[in-house]
Structure formats: structure tokens, C-alpha cells
Design a binder for this molecule. Structure first.
Ligand code: NAP
Length: 290
């Protein structure tokens, strides 16, 4: 973001509800400042009833792009002109690029998750991966891991098992990956964690303010496993602390958040994002709020 805003300044933004606590404005504006690009990023609280109007606004005002967050990641799809293949398979969009009124949707949550693994030298192909939860974030994570050829087990709470089963069926329509859904209980956890290479927490358990909660304690975690908690607030969740104590490698959700932002930045600007600056900005804010 440059200090002088002009008619040439390109606008990007976030639509969702709520948007007040999002780290994206700070991350993207810091990245625009660093790269000297004449762009700015603003958060917009948009209700379900106003989604159509918001998209008209993006076209009429020629915004360069948007991030889309809860609750609009699925509902936004009918308003777009095209979806990249992964966003189409996942059935959710978190990034829109506006090319003179032609809106294309992407899912950079998926790419952000994979980049967080590969930047640590971890290739998920052929690995046994246990994913906790079958909600929105789990969809992006599960599809992208299936695309990479991982062997996946999704564990979900009993009352919502239908979500996990539907998710595995959807994934099997597109990928030949081995994928199963099981109930999230102690016996299943114990059994699947014996052979797991990577454990991903894609539930909201442990997220601020409930920072003492975890679905798994250190007793079940072997030191050979990688534990990836996609929660980014707090930066170190109780699960990550337990995994660290058990001697396992850990990856926090802040990496995924920063990478999904960095991939959106590249889509809007064509320029590689200054990932370190974006991460520093996010860490600054989070360390003040926890
Ligand atoms: P969501 O769609 O509401 O899904 C939440 C999931 O958590 C569901 O599978 C739900 O299970 C499960 N869950 C909640 N409470 C539980 C409990 N007590 N025991 C077992 N399972 C429980 O939310 P989401 O959008 O997927 O987000 C999930 C988390 O990921 C949030 O903390 C979010 O901040 C984080 N996230 C991080 C990134 C990143 O870039 N790092 C991106 C997206 C999301 P049921 O289906 O049984 O209710």
C-alpha cells in the first residue's frame, strides 16, 4: 500500500461476517508496502442478503480481487464466471480475481496447507494421514492431500458422521486415493495413530478462547509423527505443545494462513509475496491478542 491513494490504486478486500478480527488486512497491506505496489486491502462485513450486491460492487468499482471467508465460501460460487479446478472440486472459494469484470474463483486454503508442509521438506504423497474434523477447512485439506496421493482417514464426531462420509465419497469421485471416514473416539484414535505419519487437526478444538482444549494428549503421539494444527490463534495450541513434549515435529496454522494469503497476493498482483513480512505482521497482532 503506497501512502498516496490515487485513481490508479487497485483495491482488494475481504468479504465475510464477521471480519473484525481478520489478520488479512494487516498482512496484505504490509506486503503491498514492502513491494511498493499501488494496491490496498480492506475488510468488508457482508451479510448473506448482501452477497449479490457486494459482487456487483466488485465488478462496478473494478476491485482487483477479494478474499472470501465464513459464511460465504460456498454461497459465492454461483456469482462467479469460472472456478479453477481445485476450487471446483472442493466446492469452496476463498479468493476471487477480477479481470475487467470476469471473476475467477480459487481456493488458496488448499495450496496454503500444502506449501506449509513442503516448505518443511514434507511430501504428503503416500503418507498415512489422520485428519480430525470434516468441516469447511477439512474439505480443502482433505481434497488437496488426496490429490497428492496420501492415504487418509478422517475422524469426525458421531452425530455429524454423515459429513465425513459425504466428504470421502466426494473425494473418491475425483481421486483414486485411499480415504476412509471413522468416528472420532478414543479407540479409533489410538488405532489410527499407531501407523500415522501426519496428524492434522482441522477442528476448532483448542482455538482461542478455549485454549486448554485438545482432542489428543501427548500419550497418543509417537515422536515419529508430524502434528499439524491448522488453528492459528493461539499460535501454539495445546495440541502442538503436547506434540512437542512428545518429541514430534509440529506445524502451526499460522503457516497455512500466511501461505494462503501469499498465494492470493500472487494471483492479484503477479508478484511473489514477501512471505516473511506477512508472517511477521500476523505474529505481531496475535502476540498482542493472546
Ligand atoms: P467448521 O466448518 O465450523 O468445522 C469445524 C469442525 O470442528 C467440524 O468438523 C466440527 O465437528 C469440529 N468440532 C468442533 N468442536 C468439536 C469438538 N468439541 N469435538 C470434535 N470436533 C469438533 O470450521 P472450519 O472453517 O473448518 O475451521 C476449523 C478451524 O480451522 C478453525 O479454528 C479455523 O480458525 C481454522 N482454520 C485455519 C485456517 C488457516 O489458514 N490456518 C484456514 C481455515 C480454518 P462437527 O461436524 O461434528 O460439528
Amino acid at each position: 500500500m503506497i501512502s498516496e491513494i490515487s485513481a490508479g490504486t487497485r483495491i482488494c478486500g475481504l468479504i465475510g461476517n464477521p471480519v473484525e478480527h481478520s489478520l488479512s488486512p494487516a498482512m496484505h497491506n504490509a506486503a503491498f508496502r514492502k513491494t511498493g505496489l499501488d494496491y490496498m486491502y480492506l475488510p468488508f462485513k457482508v451479510t448473506e442478503n448482501n452477497l449479490s450486491g457486494a459482487i456487483h460492487g466488485v465488478r462496478s468499482l473494478n476491485f482487483k480481487g477479494l478474499n472470501v471467508t465464513i459464511p460465504h465460501k460456498v454461497a459465492i460460487i454461483p456469482f462467479l464466471d469460472e472456478l479453477e479446478p481445485m476450487a471446483e472440486k472442493i466446492g469452496a472459494v476463498n479468493t476471487i480475481v477480477n479481470d475487467n469484470g470476469y471473476l475467477k474463483g480459487y481456493n488458496t486454503d488448499a495450496g496454503g496447507f500444502i506449501r506449509s508442509l513442503t516448505e518443511k521438506g514434507i511430501d504428503p504423497g503416500g503418507k498415512n494421514i489422520v485428519i480430525l474434523g470434516a468441516g469447511g477447512a477439512s474439505r480443502a485439506v482433505s481434497f488437496t492431500l488426496a490429490e497428492q496421493g496420501a492415504d487418509i482417514v478422517i475422524l469426525n464426531r458421531r452425530q455429524e458422521m454423515s459429513w465425513a462420509e459425504e466428504l470421502t465419497q466426494n473425494i473418491l469421485r475425483f481421486f483414486k486415493s485411499s480415504i476412509k471416514a471413522k468416528e472420532l473416539n478414543d479407540a479409533n484414535l489410538k488405532s489410527v495413530l499407531k501407523s500415522a505419519d501426519i496428524l492434522v487437526n482441522a477442528t476448532s478444538v483448542g482455538m482461542s478462547p478455549n485454549i486448554d482444549q485438545t482432542l489428543i494428549t501427548g500419550k497418543l503421539i509417537r515422536p515419529q509423527i508430524v502434528v499439524f494444527d491448522i488453528i492459528y490463534n493461539p499460535i501454539k495450541t495445546r495440541l502442538l505443545a503436547e506434540a512437542e513434549k512428545a518429541g514430534a515435529r509440529t506445524i502451526g496454522g499460522l503457516n497455512m494462513l500466511v501461505w494462503q494469503g501469499a498465494l492470493s497476493f500472487k494471483l492479484w498482483t503477479g508478484v511473489e509475496a514477501p512471505v516473511d513480512i506477512m508472517k511477521k505482521e500476523a505474529v505481531n497482532i496475535l502476540s498482542k491478542t493472546v
